[in-house]
Design a protein around this ligand. Sequence first.
Ligand code: TYM
Length: 334
Amino acid sequence: MIDGKKVLFSGMQATGNLTLGNYLGALKNWLTLSEEYECFYSVVDMHSITIRQDPAELRKRARNLLTLYIAAGLDPKKNCIYYQSHVSGHAELAWILNCYTYMGELNRMTQFKDKSAKHADNINAGLFTYPVLMAADILLYQADVVPVGIDQMQHLELTRNIAERFNNIYGDVFTVPEAYIGKVGAKIMSLQDPTKKMSKSDENPNGSIYLMDDPDTIMRKCKRAVTDSEACIRYSDEQPGIKNLIDIYSACTGKTPEETVQEFEGKGYGELKPAVGEAVISVLKPLQEEFVRLTKDKAYIDSIIKENAEKANYYASKTLRKVQRKVGFPDRIR
Ligand code: TYM
């Protein structure tokens, strides 16, 4: 609790171009929850280097991502929007938690398996212990709730296990967090292969809608989306392409999938696809305009970075000091 409010933590990697999946699965829910909770939204740049990055490019992407959080509508005076690498407590707590996490647990992480298959030439220890850093991110702020897409559920479960294990040994040190998964949009699929999630790292750019895509590109990608030959708009696992388009449309318009199906009853794919395109454009256009405006205001963004790093450090150190005492590190002499 901070000032009588429950705490929310979430983050995104500054790797690749953000997709509509990131927006609908995470960012959109951050906006709805931001009034109710004391929120920490991190640009998790330390996670990004588990895969080789060009340093100048990473710096640029990290800043763009931080700006995008604000452009999406998160008020940086009320929400702590900051770079993970500006708070050394993340790495310090991650080290301690590494000593309370088992190799077997990390071996089971599907994202580790996927990423090590994809980057077979660079299976580094950071990639393996990545979920422990993620646990440290969350536990450092004593977060009650963590809004994420479905693909992060396994990491969230591990975080809960680590927190419970630690609490069982040392008493109530960590708040055990709950995942928050949105009703629609928690798993947006590729437009070209609806059995795969829409991903920043997809080689086929037509599979993903990027948050900075212009309206023509968005419309073209939606119209080219892979569907099926059923010629019927139903919300069914047997029609993954159509189901995905219904999800996107519903998440963008605030409707339920059932309402969307009703709206398109008796209509063809030729009507659904451009309607999805329009719905996506109407969500992304204001965000893009605000992003362009904000990037011009360097001094403002710099001030946010500075203030929020201080705020995050303040709360992070509180937890860290407590944990360090519990495990037996000597007190500091002041
Ligand atoms: P990342 O950067 O891959 O994704 C950021 C958020 O977007 C969600 N997401 C999706 N949701 C729906 N459909 C999709 N196709 C889709 N693709 C991505 C993700 O679930 C995530 O919520 N390890 C995390 C970042 C992280 C983090 C944390 C998150 C680091 N520490 C602590 C929460 C709490 C990641 O790589 O997310």
